[in-house]
Design a protein around this ligand. Structure first.
Ligand SMILES: Nc1nc2c(ncn2[C@@H]2O[C@H](COP(=O)(O)OP(=O)(O)OP(=O)(O)O)[C@@H](O)[C@H]2O)c(=O)[nH]1
Ligand SMILES: [Mg+2]
Length: 486
């Protein structure tokens, strides 16, 4: 069977290596924008973020992350868009000339285009055109490392591509005619649609299983307070995770370095342990399919007691980034969770008034430099304050031999005081509801708060303290199953 996927030319679209699983053998390098000479185009429309100083800074970052070489750029501010070609006729002509003079291979749009707009632009400029969603999907495809993230990206790509198959066919029929080949027929298009549909169903089923497993895994450790680090891509989330926990999560000056969730134990100064998780970064206009696919990766954030929202305070777009992150959080079902806003990278602020303005607008925020280790004590204090707000005073009793419970309480409860008699230990402490439930399951008996301790009970250390850190580590710090599968 000959489909358009096996034609060895550069395509105007997504990572079609995903079709290798369907029997097509198109190699990804022919299709991605890697090593391609790119012209960037940005259209400023009312209500869309527009950085006057450098409106294409983010798109340039995306293009470079995808591996292309930026050779030219064009911007236009409009009150409304031109339906046929998105930009005005004069600009289309200008773009065609720019492409020729820069010898560009691809035009990257900072906006999302319809299939017919892409087609019209490709025809007018005789150059391949990718829109913002296609570019982001392309980056995710190159950076997905674990089996789970690969499934998620593949699903998002196919769902994005399915309604566009027709455009691809039309485009290729033009190219194929040029190289003297038979044009594709409707039957082939139908056949490919059917195969893509099958694959989408198959991927959804696989992801449903992964999601179920993730939900059970995260729910099983619901007694341990989890704090999820969320934020715009490149804000410094992984750096903060590494600084606080001593982990070695990849942190680099690129967009979307992290695509999977990593969880590590963080030992607070008061002796308690919490779980800290780092996850995929967000971006403005994140393709809808991608957000939907990454739901299982964000399970940790949905269950977190607190979201630590890291913002790059040195970016002139910090406010827009906050808005974009809040939009995605609401999309994935985290809109109602408590959030602590953390302004990072304060060591590289162009002007201190930047930070002052941000803090004035967000008074309950904390300013840090994860990289230079500035302000971390304030961050820890703010986090413990938030965690402590739902603690209640509890009075528990157990047998002295229950060393496991006693060790667990020392790392999960606050202000633990142990009082020993010959045959029992009474523990006064502060616990939240989930931790109290866990303590009861571990053999504690809860006494009424007015059941005060009798005078004369000795206080002494417990022998054989269990290594609670190790038991805490086990589910969370084990490498992702997906990682192992890798
Ligand atoms: N100057 C400075 N650079 C920082 C700071 N925190 C992080 N960085 C740098 O910012 C870049 C991005 O950091 P990451 O920790 O990878 O950012 P991230 O939010 O995890 O990014 P993604 O995983 O790609 O979404 C790296 O080059 C870090 O060294 C900081 O406090 N100050
Ligand atoms: Mg990261």
């Amino acid at each position: 069977m000959i489909g358009f996927f096996d034609i060895p030319i550069k395509q105007p679209c997504l990572d079609w290596s995903i079709f290798s699983t369907l029997g097509f053998d198109q190699s990804r390098s022919e299709l991605s924008v890697r090593l391609e000479r790119a012209v960037l185009v940005g259209v400023g429309l009312p209500g869309r973020p527009w950085d006057e100083a450098d409106p294409l800074a983010e798109l340039r970052g995306l293009a470079e992350t995808a591996g292309s070489l930026v050779v030219g750029q064009l911007t236009q501010k409009r009150h409304g868009l031109q339906l046929g070609t998105y930009i005005g006729t004069g600009k289309v002509r200008e773009l065609g000339e720019l492409v020729k003079s820069c010898d560009a291979d691809v035009i990257l749009f900072d906006n999302d285009l319809t299939a017919s707009q892409i087609k019209a632009l490709e025809k007018a400029t005789e150059c391949k055109v990718l829109d913002r969603s296609e570019l982001i999907l392309d980056i995710f495809a190159t950076r997905a490392r674990t089996a789970e993230s690969r499934l998620q990206v593949e699903l998002a790509q196919l769902e994005y591509a399915l309604p566009r198959l027709k455009r691809m066919w039309t485009h290729l029929s033009r190219v194929k005619a040029g190289i003297g080949m038979r044009g594709p027929g409707e039957t082939q298009l139908e056949e490919d649609r059917r195969l893509v549909g099958h694959r989408i169903r198959d991927l959804r089923e696989k992801l449903r299983v992964v999601q179920g497993r993730k939900e059970r895994e995260v729910a099983s450790r619901s007694t341990e307070p989890t704090i999820s680090i969320v934020g715009y891509t490149n804000a410094g989330k992984s750096t903060l995770m590494n600084t606080l926990t001593g982990a070695s999560v990849l942190a680099e000056n690129r967009l979307f370095s992290t695509l999977d969730t990593r969880t590590r134990t963080w030992r607070l100064k008061d002796g308690r342990h919490v779980l800290l998780s780092d996850t995929v970064g967000f971006i403005r206009d994140l393709p809808h399919h991608l957000v939907a696919s990454f739901k299982s990766t964000l399970e940790e954030a949905r269950r977190a007691r607190l979201l630590v929202h890291v913002v790059d305070a040195s970016s002139s777009q910090a406010e827009e980034h906050i808005d974009a992150v809040e939009t995605v959080l609401a999309d994935v079902g985290c809109g109602e969770q408590p959030v602590l806003l953390v302004f990072n990278k304060i060591d590289q602020l162009p002007d201190i008034s930047f930070l002052q303005a941000l803090q004035q607008k967000h008074p309950r925020s904390v300013a840090v430099s994860a990289f230079q280790r500035i302000g971390l004590e304030h961050l820890e204090e703010a986090i413990t304050d938030r965690l402590d707000s739902d603690l209640v005073a509890s009075l528990l009793e157990t047998v002295p031999a229950n060393g496991k419970l006693l060790a667990w309480l020392r790392t999960h409860a606050k202000n633990v005081e142990e009082h020993y008699t010959e045959d029992c230990v009474r523990i006064e402490c502060l616990l939240d509801g989930a931790a109290l439930g866990q303590a009861l399951r571990m053999g504690a008996i809860q006494l009424r708060p007015d059941n005060r301790l009798l005078p004369g009970i000795a206080t002494e250390p417990v022998e054989g303290e269990a290594d609670s850190a190790a038991s805490l580590d086990s589910p969370a710090n084990a490498p992702d199953e997906a990682d192992e599968a890798d």
